[in-house]
Write a protein that binds this ligand. Structure first.
Ligand code: ZN
Length: 484
């Protein structure tokens, strides 16, 4: 989204522009305002508002990455003023943020809106406003994690996306997906040729003509090319903000890292809007790893009330990761997640509840905001499973994360002492647990449709756990162990 603003008697005045009509939304004099200046981005706070330690560096880094990506000339890399306010009214009731004033200012209800920085820097790169479909597609391709995955079915509404105008916001994620494809396969230089050919306000036919001109084929053929590519862009984007950072070094046995999610600490970004309508916020940070061997990986996530997105692939992938594998680690023990990962870079998104947008005065950070994460390729000991793992007593949950297109996931696990576990599932159509690492012993099978979720008494020994997935965005099945 974009609005225009003007200086009025030294105060900021903000107008939403829809066609010829301009509406005054807000005039604000920054009397009780504080500013945190980075190299490129200055974050302005109102009242006793606060941001976490890594926020300004994160926005600064995103500014640098996006400027390089969009070839913004050095002379046009002027600072951006980023106004952080929890209030919704500045950019419109539903908008999380907006860029204004030829890219000089961003207003945002969350401190991680790389989307609006992308708008601001696109303006620096092109010197002008782009057609809404292209502008939103570009910002969508380069933004923070937030969208959803687009499939062939969504492209049936591609015409609606093309007909997008400022006052009629349409199909944001189709635009993000399509532009992600254009950028990934054909590069930014070619996309930039659209800057002069499809400015803001162009008709749909002018937009499609420009696309045909630049890419050398009719728009329908271009869409066909995108669909036939077999590429998936997680959350309809390129994953710039969390994937282009330096990945963590791998040890022989995989990755092991401890991170703090305490708001004041460096590297922590926040407050990030979780549910703006409910004023819920979180502190986040990213950690990237480079997976050398594709296959089933085990991820240990230490105890605590944290939300962890397990290692999203950095775009694109050859298989669809539709939504984040949002995983809350068990409060009283470690969660062990089992997930298939493609070769290449993946990013964790780790989160903790935040004190919120209005300052840390009312809510204290929880005492212990450290989270330990360990990840390794599972031993593929036997042909009958994707891998095997020995489960230590401190593991409270074993979670199998399926992905669409994956018919089934089977792991062998062993326990040293008898344990009682509850079997739960989502997006699973069948489950089976058998004695023996290859399932050679007695089996219990569950039809998960409408069946109660069973409690299992497991003797010490080896088991094979197998799930059939239902081709939903997320397939998730878990064994939750009772504490001994
Ligand atoms: Zn936008």
């Amino acid at each position: 989204m974009r609005v225009a603003s003007a200086e009025l008697n030294g105060c900021r005045a903000l107008y939403a522009v829809a066609g010829m009509a301009a509406l005054l939304l807000l005039g604000a004099c920054g009397s009780d305002e504080r500013a945190l200046a980075g190299a490129h981005v200055t974050v302005h706070l109102e009242g006793n508002g606060t941001v976490c330690g890594g926020t300004v560096p994160y926005l600064d880094e995103a500014y640098g990455l996006l400027s390089d990506y969009m070839r913004v000339p050095e002379g046009r890399r002027r600072p951006v003023d980023y106004y952080f306010s929890a209030e919704a009214s500045i950019c419109g009731e539903d908008a999380l943020g907006c860029a204004a004033d030829d890219g000089r200012r961003v207003w945002a209800r969350s401190v991680d809106l790389v989307h609006e920085l992308a708008h601001a820097l696109q303006h620096r790169a092109s010197g002008d406003e782009l057609h809404v479909f292209l502008a939103e597609g570009l910002a969508g391709a380069l933004e923070q994690p937030s969208g959803r995955l687009i499939t062939a079915g969504d492209y049936e509404r591609f015409d609606e996306a093309l007909a997008w105008t400022l006052d009629k916001v349409k199909r944001r994620d189709i635009a993000g997906d399509f532009v992600s494809y254009l950028l990934h396969v054909h590069g930014f230089e070619r996309f930039a040729r659209l800057f002069t050919r499809a400015p803001r306000g162009s008709s749909v036919s002018a937009l499609t003509n420009a696309l045909e001109d630049v890419y050398g084929k009719p728009i329908t053929a271009l869409v066909q090319e995108r669909l036939a590519s077999g590429l998936y862009f997680p959350e309809a984007r390129l994953g710039v903000s969390e994937c282009w950072t330096e990945p963590l070094a791998a040890q022989a046995e995989g990755w092991s890292f401890r991170v703090s999610l305490r708001c004041a600490d460096a590297g922590v970004i926040g407050p990030v809007t979780l549910k703006p309508e409910r004023q819920e916020w979180e502190n986040i940070r990213y950690a990237a790893v480079e997976v050398a061997d594709a296959g089933t990986h085990a991820v240990w996530i230490g105890p605590g009330a944290f939300s962890v997105d397990v290692a999203e692939p950095c775009a694109p992938t050859a298989y669809p990761v539709l939504e984040r594998h949002r995983l809350n680690s068990a409060p009283s023990g470690t969660t062990l997640a089992v997930v298939d990962l493609a070769r290449g870079r993946h990013a964790f998104r780790l989160a903790a509840p935040s004190a919120g947008a209005n300052g840390g005065d009312s809510v204290e950070d929880p005492e212990d905001l450290q989270v330990d994460v360990r990840m390794m390729r599972m031993a593929s000991a036997v042909d009958c499973t994707s891998g095997s793992v020995s489960i230590p007593p401190d593991v409270a949950r074993l979670v199998l994360l399926g992905r669409p297109g994956q018919a089934a996931l089977a792991v062998a696990f062993s326990i040293r002492e008898a344990r009682v576990a509850e079997l739960t599932w989502y997006g699973v159509i069948g489950a089976e647990i058998c004695k023996g690492a290859c399932g050679e012993g007695a089996c219990q099978a569950f039809n998960t449709l409408g069946s109660p979720e069973p409690e299992l008494e497991l003797a010490a020994g080896s088991y094979r756990l197998r799930f059939q997935y239902a081709n939903l965005p997320r397939g998730l099945a878990a064994l939750t162990f009772q504490t001994p």
